[in-house]
Ligand binder design. Structure first.
Ligand SMILES: NC(=O)c1ccc[n+]([C@@H]2O[C@H](COP(=O)([O-])OP(=O)(O)OC[C@H]3O[C@@H](n4cnc5c(N)ncnc54)[C@H](OP(=O)(O)O)[C@@H]3O)[C@@H](O)[C@H]2O)c1
Length: 273
């Protein structure tokens, strides 16, 4: 599994991590398949996807409990954990409550990366960043970052933050290239901010023409088309965090982390005809 540097830090993360949206419920907790998801996470880490992405919002908090259960078996030290704070909780007092609840659920004394899940429409970017810096100072997290921040919002966050903003996690895949089109990807490259691509498989919704191209490159590379979709994200310089549960999907995704697309492959994939 190839690795990629996180921002300007000494940390190198596997190019393919594992997402957890839907594990243990989406907007509400669903406890009916906990052991399946725990097993998926253990398997993901064994296959090299040692970056687990979660959030306090997922499954109304239950997803973090599932990650916590998996961590007990995996061993905390083998995993890089990203979690996210919901924008309603960005006042410092609430933020401390959020991270402490998250840590309790995960069964650890710190996360590795803590992200602002969405920019708040009420709390300014300046106050948001101040809160995140305080959480960092208190040792709740090793790094801080943002998610769903536009280029302008990220620029503002960087301006107000004492500590580096090491990541902006946004939707990015070969079907939805808006992060590239609006200049965010370039901005991240220039400012040593890692762009983490969520929904890197676009939740498996691809136009016929895009899928056909992925299949063609997959045929040439003796790979599977979903692996080409993930390798495309990585070639763009972003980390990918596909969510997968079955053994088949986990294995396929992990192997995508060893693929290196050529410039010619990229040109073909990105051609408009
Ligand atoms: N920051 C944010 O606001 C935000 C928003 C959305 C997502 N995220 C994060 O990003 C993660 C990934 O995004 P996502 O879950 O939205 O979408 P995604 O990873 O693009 O797609 C997930 C879907 O793809 C399927 N899949 C995975 N690997 C596959 C393979 N090799 N072949 C065929 N199907 C495959 C999964 O099925 P199975 O589960 O059945 O394997 C699941 O249905 C989330 O889980 C979450 O951690 C963050």
């Amino acid at each position: 599994m190839k690795k990629m540097r996180l921002g300007n830090t000494d940390e190198f993360l596997p190019v393919i991590g594992i997402g957890t949206w839907g594990m243990g419920g989406k907007f509400e907790a669903d406890r009916s398949r906990d052991q399946d998801f725990v097993n998926s996470l253990i398997r993901a880490v064994d296959l090299g996807m040692t970056h687990i992405d979660t959030a306090e919002f997922y499954g109304a908090g239950h997803t973090e409990e599932i990650v916590g259960k998996a961590l007990k078996e995996i061993g905390r030290e083998r995993v890089f954990i990203t979690s996210k704070i919901w924008p309603d909780h960005l006042k410092l007092k609430n933020a401390v409550k959020s991270i402490e609840t998250t840590l309790k659920k995960l069964g650890t004394d710190h996360v590795d990366l803590y992200l602002v899940h969405w920019p708040s429409s009420v709390i300014t970017v300046e106050e948001t960043v101040e809160t995140m810096n305080k959480l960092l100072e208190k040792g709740y997290t090793r790094y801080i970052g943002v998610s769903n921040f536009s280029k302008a919002q990220l620029e503002e966050a960087i301006k107000f933050s004492e500590a580096p903003i090491v990541c902006d996690q946004v939707r990015f895949n070969i079907q939805d290239r808006s992060a590239e089109e609006n200049g965010l990807l370039d901005f991240c490259r220039k400012h040593a901010v890692t762009l983490t691509a969520y929904s890197p498989l676009n939740r498996m919704e691809f136009d016929f023409a895009v899928k056909k191209k992925l299949e063609e490159i997959a045929r040439r590379r003796n790979a599977i088309w979903t692996q080409i979709a993930l390798a495309w994200v990585v070639k763009k310089g972003a980390l990918a965090i596909p969510k997968a549960t079955s053994e088949k999907h986990l294995k396929e995704n992990a192997r995508a982390g060893d693929l290196d697309l050529s410039n010619e492959d990229m040109k073909y994939l990105e051609s408009t005809h």
